[in-house]
Design a protein. Structure first.
Length: 255
């Protein structure tokens, strides 16, 4: 598949996998995805499995991501994880502002913006999630919702930081529901996100930013989604929990 930007496909394991299960999954992925260099492949296990998984990916092309991090660098923040702690395990990416964090932990665009800057300050690449709810889509307000989220989460970054930021468009109504946005629906929002980034920064910067689609991505729909001009990868939940489905998503998006 000829793409302007290198595809990046990330698996978000969420609150799944014991250490032993994580070990099995990463070993399987290493075998299936050995020598894939044309797509950036990232896996995001739960914190408790980062140590074990990092030992496995160290000599592979698979990169490690985390699912969240604290905006603070350390101290009295019970239950939180700092960027320094993530870096001990060779974590290179961090998912920020996932809709589940926004919903269950009340994370705001302002907080996600602070976390995004903290990630960059430590040379971690943030995967910043945005997306509208079903009600926001059906009422026709989704364009306003998405632009507000993009501006709120990304304001004040340096241009080079923006270029290293991955944006994940995840319509909330498509996450874990089996409902995927059509390739056209997704492309429409991805183009809007790129236009918003161009307005905040400039056209050249916006052209370099990779925008992932997330929401019930499966081996059967990944290639069509990736065929859209402004879709530069996928953030995968459910289908990232098994070797076969995740590796097939990646392979189906190769040339
Ligand atoms: C996600 O939570 O990031 C996600 C896209 O989940 P799923 O693929 O299961 O819809």
């Amino acid at each position: 598949m000829e793409k302007e930007r290198k595809l990046i496909i990330a698996g978000n394991w969420k609150m799944n996998k014991t250490v032993a299960e994580a070990h099995d999954l990463v070993r399987g992925l290493k075998l299936e995805l050995a020598n894939i260099k044309d797509i950036d492949v990232v896996i995001c296990p739960p914190f408790t499995a980062l140590s074990e998984v990092s030992k496995e990916v160290i000599e592979s092309d698979i990169r490690l991501g985390a699912q969240n991090m604290s905006e603070h660098s350390g101290g009295a923040y019970t239950g939180d994880i700092s960027v320094l702690m993530l870096k001990e395990f060779l974590v290179r990416y961090v998912i920020l502002g996932h809709s589940e964090r926004r919903e269950y932990h009340k994370e705001s665009d302002a907080l996600i913006n602070i976390k995004t800057k903290a990630a960059h300050a430590a040379s971690l690449r943030p995967i910043v999630c945005v997306g509208e709810t079903l009600e926001e889509r059906e009422s026709g307000r989704f364009e306003e919702v998405i632009t507000t989220q993009v501006k709120g989460c990304l304001a004040g970054l340096e241009k080079n930081q923006m270029e290293e930021t991955i944006i994940a468009y995840e319509p909330v109504w498509a996450i874990g529901t089996g409902k995927t946005a059509s390739a056209e629906q997704a492309q429409e929002v991805h183009a809007l996100i790129r236009k918003t980034v161009a307005g905040l920064f400039d056209e050249a910067t916006a052209k370099r930013v990779r925008i992932q689609y997330g929401g019930s991505v499966k081996p059967a729909n990944a290639r069509e989604l990736m065929g859209q001009p402004d879709i530069d990868g996928a953030l995968v939940g459910g289908a990232a929990l098994e070797v076969r489905s995740f590796s097939d998503i990646v392979k189906n998006c190769l040339n």
